[in-house]
Design a protein around this ligand. Structure first.
Ligand code: ZN
Length: 291
């Protein structure tokens, strides 16, 4: 099943994608929460409970007329994995890692399908990265690899926007700073539950910049699979429902091209993953708000 978070007048509202409309879960059953993260916190039966409420839904949005937020706009953690495709490690000029490389983004970087990626005024080397995002359903610590897939709540298309001048050229290599500027974590349009995805380690993944294919690979090429990543991360910190794991990007990024390709105002980036849909975001110069 498919779930979105709509920017409603009252604030973010989780909706089921039902009969071609977005049906507000909480408006269908006031006992249900308004956020997808809280739905996941209901545990094993969350989806059946939420889905069974949808036929009674009185608040329905036409997908053509609403703005989407990230499916989980309020995760407690956004975990990212660096260099997780061997051919991307090669194009980056570094050996494939022997263990997962972790970094993070803050929730302030999240935007949904259709929202604008803002190019920071303090960077002129902003790059794109298509990524499969894993959404944690059931939390845990020290999760064994062989049980790890039971902790997946769903999947989404993600874009790990990256300011390479910050990530690579600042003292100490500021990976996190380069990756967590506001708007640098588009995800969506939907959270898709595992039953609709099939084998998550065999999904076509592509990125188009202004219609031109720049990345074209498969999640078959992941060095560390989703089970390994969940198990590895849970050795370090407690995973919680709604946590997001960006699983790394395949080759074809802008910095590896000759000459390099950097995002420009007016660009449109589309990331497409088989069974998950297409995440589309325009690129604009930083909007400097007077606040
Ligand atoms: Zn990445």
């Amino acid at each position: 099943m498919r779930w979105v978070t709509v920017a409603a007048k009252e604030g973010p509202r989780v909706c089921g994608v039902y009969q071609g409309e977005y049906v507000d879960v909480n408006a269908a059953d006031p006992e249900m929460p308004t956020s997808l993260r809280e739905l996941l916190e209901l545990g094993r039966d969350w989806e059946r409970k939420a889905w069974s409420a949808l036929p009674r839904g009185i608040v329905r949005h036409d997908p053509a007329n609403v703005s989407l937020l990230a499916p989980i706009p309020d995760p407690r953690k956004i975990i990212c994995i660096g260099l997780n495709y061997s051919d991307h490690a090669a194009e980056s000029g570094v050996p494939a890692p022997e263990e997962p490389v972790l970094f993070s983004k803050y929730p302030s970087a999240l935007i949904g399908h259709g929202a604008a990626i803002q190019l920071p005024s303090v960077s002129n080397q902003v790059d794109y990265e298509a990524e499969l995002v894993v959404v944690i359903g059931r939390g845990g610590r020290h999760i064994p690899r062989e049980r790890a897939m039971e902790h997946v709540g769903g999947y989404a298309v993600g874009h790990d926007v990256s300011a390479r001048d910050w990530q690579l050229n600042k003292p100490g290599k500021q990976w996190m700073a380069g990756k967590t500027f506001d708007t640098f974590a588009p995800i969506g349009p939907e959270l898709v539950t595992p039953d609709e995805v099939g084998d998550p380690h065999n999904l076509a993944i592509r990125l188009r910049l202004n219609g031109q294919t720049m990345q074209d690979s498969s999640t078959k090429q992941l060095i560390f699979g989703i089970d390994v990543l969940i198990s590895y991360c849970s050795q370090v910190f407690t995973l919680e429902p709604g946590d997001l794991i960006f699983t790394g990007t395949p080759p074809g990024v802008g910095m590896a091209r000759k000459p390099p390709v950097w995002l420009q105002p007016g660009d449109v980036v589309e990331v497409e993953i088989e069974h998950l849909g297409t995440l589309r975001n325009p690129v604009v110069a930083e909007v400097t708000p007077g606040r």
